[in-house]
Write a protein that binds this ligand. Sequence first.
Ligand code: UDX
Length: 429
Amino acid sequence: MTITFIGHGYVGLVTAAVFADFGNKVYVIGHTKDKIENLNKGIIPIFEPGLEELVKENVAAKRLIFTLDYKISIPDSDIVFIAVGTPTTKTGDADLSTVLLVAEQIAKNLKGYTVVATKSTVPTGTNKKVRRILEEFRPKGTEVDYASVPEFLREGSAISDTVHPDRIVIGAESKRAQEALIKVHKQINAPVILTNFDTAELIKYAANSFLALKISYANAIAKLSEILNADALKVLEGIGMDKRIGDKFLSPGPGYGGSCFPKDVKALISIAKDNDYQFSLLEDVENINHQAKRDIVRKARKILGDFRGKRIGILGLAYKANTDDMRDAPAIDVINLLQNDGVKISAFDPKSIENAERVLKNVEYKKDPYEVASGADLLIILTEWNEFKELDFADIKKKMKSPNIIDGRNLYDGEKLRKEGFTYIGIGR
Ligand code: UDX
């Protein structure tokens, strides 16, 4: 089949590369000339394991074509996926301006029969707006069906999540569109949920908000465990073994971040409010998430007392491991709060320093964890990178001004580190 993706962020780029690898001809439309030229050379703007190779192979095989032009790709396509960003507006809603703008461009270039599907996370009811635009701007004699096909891939494991998803959700109301979308996913072995547009749109928000809720629940249990002197990791292991609960997304930490959970929880609260329902459960999910970051600072104060003149070393800046993404990373809030109180910050992250430099001021970036430890009064671990799991703590202790660790991802054996002379505080233990 011939497919066009509009947008080459995580969703657009990864899904396009996977569909090209399945043997389809895939166009990806962007709007920045430099980025498109780079992508056609196999230079990708994000770090995602395996993606550069996959893009390079499929560009070389001429199955993956990056372009600025709607005029060639859209008329040639059986399916067009909209995968542009939907950032949060000041009021907490999703900003749909790009989705609606590209829908018009697509409509104007349609030829024959085409399925236009949104992959971007869009509020329930957006389908009506996109369908109206498609109908208004499509040339006479063309036929178009709309669909909502939300994407559930995670950064860091995006390719494998796309090839082996837990389910495929297809919100399409015409048989012809359903068949085309089932056909394009035929190499993927996963159950398909066929439903209407509004339901498909809501599934995405409901799924992400539920996962965020699990994380906030784990953070709340961690907090309570600290007060009650219980071990939160055991409590969460104990509840996670119940198949009805499941053991995934129950790791307490500095709070969820990234481009999806914070934005989608906010948007679902706002969608509910617009429809006269106060989703207070999700408001608490957000509050607990903010508290998780403030708690790291509270623990730092517990160890250091007065912050003035102190240096804190941060290990990990990205919002999670295996990505260079700094969007809504807990490290931003934690570092800002510490700096507001006069703390000097040194930091290391294996992949995200370049992105961190754009959002953080006055941070001394170092080339490894040992340089960060050098002269620090406290080390705080904020991202669970594999390379932080096995550090030479004897060397770290020698280098630090005082041997204090806040393990924001529970990577280490606290008892062992305490025996080695560290003051150690984890999350919920
Ligand atoms: C998420 C969804 O998982 C994915 O389905 C959707 O398509 C996009 O949003 P992503 O943001 O890439 O994916 O990362 P994810 O692995 O879900 O982690 C999100 C945040 O939650 C990270 O900050 C992570 O550190 C945090 N997290 C996750 C926890 O704090 N504890 C956990 O147990 C799991």
